[in-house]
Write a protein that binds this ligand. Sequence first.
Ligand code: DQA
Length: 143
Amino acid sequence: PRVLVLSGPNLAALGSREPEIYGTLTLVELESQVVGEGERLGLDVTCRQTDDEAELVGWLHEAAAAGWDVVLNPAAFTHYSYAVGDACAHLVGVGSRLVEVHLSNPAARETFRHTSVVGRSATGTIAGFGAGSYLLALRALAD
Ligand code: DQA
């Protein structure tokens, strides 16, 4: 089974971006852990990152058309992008599963992070475990 693992805006800066919140692991290191966990679980994992809302929406439609499951860290889009939220609703509507993930726990942070416009469509959400959130999402999809 194919799984697309998508990371949204500013996540390419992991490692140096607010390390007290997001840790010191780079996105390259995180994605190599994700690919390794995928291999262990027998999942065919592809990782992508973008800062661009339109590109992210396009990838969600690509997964919907192909019938792939998605692990998505929508980053700041989580909190306000109805376009990403609607693309997620479409993805799940056509039968794919969607796991929303966050490195930090947005519920424990600023008020604007308490809203997710993606969560209403997600199959499930995992937040607060750093890179582990992504690995747990793959395990949830494999089970
Ligand atoms: C994040 C949490 C978001 O609030 C924030 O905008 C991010 C990263 C996380 O992984 O903890 O960019 O999605």
